[in-house]
Design a protein around this ligand. Structure first.
Ligand SMILES: Cc1cc2nc3c(=O)[nH]c(=O)nc-3n(C[C@H](O)[C@H](O)[C@H](O)COP(=O)(O)OP(=O)(O)OC[C@H]3O[C@@H](n4cnc5c(N)ncnc54)[C@H](O)[C@@H]3O)c2cc1C
Length: 383
């Protein structure tokens, strides 16, 4: 057992990803993608070359057959310099796993190897103007014509990564208006499908991956775009939400750790009143408090990831990890801003990016209020 309850090979794997972020990706690259609002194509390619996109994919399907614990450690490392960067890599993996589980042989042949090789990526489009926390309130609808093709109309909101090249959107659509949850299906729609109108949004966070709104007016999609069965959409999406919460919680924790480490480094360098600001007890205690929060967040992530790896029900544990990880990131980034003083306002300080992204972290993937509701439900508190 090493620090943080990892065994030797797990600790080594986390170090490998962290070193890769430091030396091959670099904080400057991540900062620049954010500043220029540019998708991190070069980094995505480098990660694909490592074979890491296929970490969760079974060996029989061409992946490396890792478990969710290995995957979460990768997410922790990839999140080091901000969640936006990690998101560009993690979000595609959610749909890849849905294709492994629900895809036809033809869909697997078309998508899995190109995904592992970094030639295509996936985005997930659940949210709509009237379907946020109430995600099953999907109004975008799809009907089949006489040839079996899907005709899709409506508008989706907040689809991260949908504007990046060679992206296939896993879109939740309504196929039966009379059944809220069982009337939903998932279509795999390449983002260059004629008629798809994808517009990037000028959001506070997610500058590099980019988030978008999508308009569809009688967009034609082939019959074989359906993932799983008609009416299985809610099941596919909710299963994926637990994997998502595990991964994002780990990435938030990785970033929260960097926010504390960054503030600690600055506190050692910055001198005021003739001494390093680390000597002021108020700042020392702030850092100590936040390191404690990060350690607690990390252990919640490891518990949730291990339970998922062992195929145990883990809705409560993944919600706790997501809730605490995101709130910890927000607190650490906010306190980091205070410790870095005026310098924190500049992109070079990195903290303003961490803060911007932390504000989204308690919203995306289910808000903190929704996570508390799930936890309360597990305690048999009334809905
Ligand atoms: C940058 C960014 C990227 C995103 N990326 C994606 C993506 O790739 N794909 C995708 O599908 N979606 C994405 N989202 C959408 C995200 O998942 C939603 O924003 C989130 O689910 C919340 O929905 P909402 O914004 O409509 O807020 P609402 O659901 O309207 O919530 C507003 C407020 O009401 C509270 N609230 C709502 N319902 C309840 C309740 N039952 N009990 C207590 N409080 C409640 C919420 O907690 C929140 O405080 C993204 C969002 C952002 C901002």
């Amino acid at each position: 057992m090493c620090a943080n309850f990892l065994n030797e090979s797990q600790a080594e794997w986390l170090k490998t990803v962290n070193d890769f972020m430091d030396n091959e990706i670099t904080v400057e690259y991540v900062r620049n993608c954010d500043f220029e609002r540019q998708y991190p194509y070069e980094a995505y390619d480098k990660i694909a070359k490592q074979g890491w996109l296929g970490i969760l994919i079974p060996e029989s399907e061409g992946g490396s057959g890792g478990d969710i614990f290995d995957y979460s450690l990768m997410a922790e490392g990839l999140g080091k310099f901000g969640f936006d960067f990690a998101c560009s890599v993690l979000v595609p993996t959610f749909t890849a796993m849905n294709i492994i589980k629900y895809g036809t042989a033809e869909q697997k042949a078309r998508y899995v190897k190109p995904f592992i090789d970094g030639e295509i990526r996936f985005s997930v489009s659940i949210s709509e103007p009237d379907a946020g926390s109430d995600a099953a309130n999907t109004k975008t609808h799809a009907r089949q014509d006489e040839n079996g093709d899907w005709i899709v109309s409506g508008s989706k909101l907040w689809c991260s990564g949908a504007a990046a090249k060679d992206t296939v959107i896993a879109m939740l659509v309504r196929t039966d208006k009379n059944d809220k949850h069982n009337g939903l299906s998932v279509l795999l729609i390449p983002n260059d499908t004629p008629g798809l109108d994808i517009r990037k949004l000028p959001t506070l966070s997610r500058h590099a991956t980019g988030t978008t709104e999508i308009f569809l007016d009688e967009v034609r999609v082939p019959a074989d775009a359906l993932l799983g069965e008609v009416g299985q959409g809610w099941k596919i999406i909710t299963e994926h939400l637990e994997l998502e919460r595990c991964a994002v919680a780990a990435a938030y924790t990785g970033n929260a750790q960097e926010a504390v480490s960054n503030a600690n480094r600055y506190a050692h360098q910055r001198t005021q009143f003739g001494k390093p600001i680390r000597d002021f007890q108020v700042l020392k205690h702030m850092l100590a408090e936040n390191q404690t929060r990060v350690d607690a967040a990390r252990l919640l992530c490891y518990r949730a990831a291990q339970m998922k790896a062992d195929n145990l029900p883990a809705a409560r544990e993944t919600s706790m990890a997501k809730l605490y990880g995101s709130e910890t990131l927000k607190q650490c980034a906010l306190d980091g801003m205070q410790i870095l003083g005026g310098y924190a306002n500049l992109p070079e300080g990195d903290m303003e990016r961490y803060l911007r992204e932390s504000i989204q972290s308690t919203i995306g993937g289910g808000t903190s209020q929704i996570q508390r509701t799930i936890i309360a439900k597990s305690m048999r508190l009334p809905a």
